[in-house]
Structure formats: C-alpha cells, structure tokens
Write a protein that binds this ligand. Structure first.
Ligand SMILES: NC(=O)c1ccc[n+]([C@@H]2O[C@H](COP(=O)([O-])OP(=O)(O)OC[C@H]3O[C@@H](n4cnc5c(N)ncnc54)[C@H](OP(=O)(O)O)[C@@H]3O)[C@@H](O)[C@H]2O)c1
Length: 281
C-alpha cells in the first residue's frame, strides 16, 4: 500500500503553516505519509481533480480562494459544510470525494481549551465581521446556545448571514457596540482588522464586563492590539493560532488514520515561525 498523501489547496498557498503542523504530527507519531502544498490557480482546478487518482491523494485542506469552488468536484459535503456554505477539508469515503468544514470545530475547541467555562455566564456574544470566518464562528456559537450579535462594516453582509442562520443571529450598527458589549460574555473579532498589513481594529473595551472573554481569530501577529488591550483590562483572551491548530485535527485523523493532539510543543513550533517572520509579533 502506498503512503497517504495530503495537501493544502489554495492560490497562492506558499504562506500556509499547514505543512508545518501536519508534518509535525507525522514525524512525532512516526507515521508514513506526506502533506504538501497544492498551489492551484482557479482555472487549473478541474485539472487538479482530474489528476486526483494519478497523484495518489488521500485528501487535503482547502483555503482561499477555493473553499466554495471545490464543491462541484465532490460527491457530497457534510452538514457543517452545508451550513457554512464552504469546504475546508476533503477526504475519501468508499472512493467518493467528500467535503467538510472543520473551522467551526476549530473555533470552538480553541475557545474551550484557552477559556474553559466561557459560556457559563451570559448567553450573549458580540461578533465583529460577516465573512467566511464569521459564519463558522456564528454556527459554532449557536450550537452552544449563544445569541450572536453581529456588527460588520457592510451591514448587508451581516444581514445576509443573519438571514441564513435565523433568529439566533441579529445585526446591529457599530454605534450600538457599547450597549451590546455591556451584556456580552464573549467578544470575537473575525474581521481582517488587526492583521499584519491591515488597519487596526479601533474599539473601546470599557463597556465590556470583567468576566467577558475576548477572542481574536487573527493570528499574525499572535497577540493583536485587541488582545493586548483586553489583557491589560484583565479579560481572559483567546488568540487565533489555536483555531488553526484545532481545525487541522479531524482532517489528519481521516487521512492518516491516527488522532493527533494539539500540544504546547506544536504551538511553540508554529509560534516561533510566526515570530521569526513577523516583525514585532
Ligand atoms: N485562526 C484561524 O484559523 C482563521 C481561520 C479563518 C480566518 N482567519 C482570519 O480571519 C480573518 C477573516 O477571514 P474571512 O475568511 O472571514 O475573510 P472574508 O470572508 O474576506 O471576510 C472579511 C471580513 O473582514 C471585514 N473587513 C475587511 N477589511 C475591513 C476593513 N478595512 N474595515 C472593516 N471591516 C473589514 C469584512 O467586512 P465587509 O463585509 O464590510 O467587507 C468581512 O466582515 C482573516 O484575517 C483570516 O486570516 C483565521
């Protein structure tokens, strides 16, 4: 039997840290197999799937800009990918290609890991953003019985997300943030703001109750200005790196038939890489 081969499919994809983390698990678990980059332009996607057998792929991850475009090449997608409307993980079942979305599980597992009991108090979460990551966050939070208050630069995008998920998600204007924050148990940034090279997220955390957790899914830099402000005010903070690490677990388990663990050593390895390549991270 040939060793399993997995990939991260994107365009461009050279910046991805997925090969580093899957490579770490293959090495430390002593498993045969490989995980490589699949840098595939949109017009080359049909050819990529036509060559699947010849390349001997077991499955892989999917990132920007292919998360929706891969769906027509798959036999089916799971319930989470249907709810989110995007696929980030592909595997094979009885010869069929199946797509799923593990960002939801990664988002929640990271929160449970770094801020246990985060959902013990207020059932109200404020989510900034309305893109793909916000969909994953909203779906995960709804699954934990939270009400999601969405605030986004483009209100129509937030409204489309709220319509998709129903009554558990409501949209609000930015001026409503102080009032929303005063009732919240969780504040999440899912926008690109605060990321290296992007504008800062300008927000005053003063109205947020002390018990509220602040979660930023941006992980370059690791401790964004939002998290620094939150930590200085005494809030428990959750950074985005763990979401990346936890979302990788189900894919690895399917492709390589062994369940990996998100260890402090793995986190330190990826953190060191981010710091080495990010001035001031
Ligand atoms: N930690 C992880 O594992 C993980 C996973 C996925 C994503 N992420 C990170 O999450 C961020 C969002 O990813 P995504 O896939 O959701 O992207 P996306 O679908 O492109 O959505 C981007 C979101 O950011 C908002 N935004 C962008 N620029 C803005 C600006 N200048 N001012 C205000 N709002 C702005 C957009 O608002 P509009 O609707 O108004 O355009 C939208 O809500 C990225 O930084 C990504 O790296 C992290």
């Amino acid at each position: 039997m040939t060793a399993p081969r997995a990939f991260i499919l994107g365009y461009p994809v050279g910046h991805s840290r997925s090969p580093m983390l899957h490579g770490y698990w293959l090495r430390t678990l002593g498993l045969p197999g490989s995980y490589g980059l699949a840098d595939v332009a949109p017009d080359a996607l049909p050819g990529f799937f036509a060559d699947w057998q010849r390349n001997g792929f077991t499955g892989g991850n999917v990132t920007v800009p292919h998360k929706v475009a891969v769906v027509p090449f798959l036999a089916r997608i799971d319930a989470t990918a249907r709810a989110i409307g995007a696929v980030n993980t592909i595997w094979t079942e009885d010869g069929d290609l199946v797509g799923g979305n593990t960002d939801v599980g990664g988002f929640i597992a990271n929160l449970d890991h770094l801020a246990p009991g985060w959902d013990a108090g207020s059932r109200s979460a404020v989510v900034l953003g309305a893109g793909g990551a916000a969909r994953a966050a909203a779906y995960g939070l709804l699954g934990r019985g939270m009400h999601v208050h969405l605030v986004n630069r483009t209100r129509e995008n937030a409204q489309a997300l709220a319509e998709h998920f129903g009554a558990g998600v409501t949209t609000h204007a930015r001026v409503d943030l102080p009032e929303l924050m005063a009732e919240a148990g969780l504040l999440v940034n899912t926008t690109a703001l605060g990321m290296l090279g992007k504008p800062l997220l300008e927000i005053d955390l003063a109205p947020l109750p002390q018990r509220a957790v602040v979660y930023d899914i941006v992980y370059v830099p690791l401790y964004t200005p939002l998290l620094q402000q939150a930590a200085a005010r005494g809030h428990r903070v959750v950074d985005g790196l763990g979401m990346l690490l936890h979302q990788a677990v189900p894919g690895f388990t399917r492709w390589f038939s062994a369940m990996p663990v998100v260890t402090d050593e793995l986190r330190a390895l990826v953190e060191a890489d981010i710091r080495a390549k990010t001035p001031g991270a």
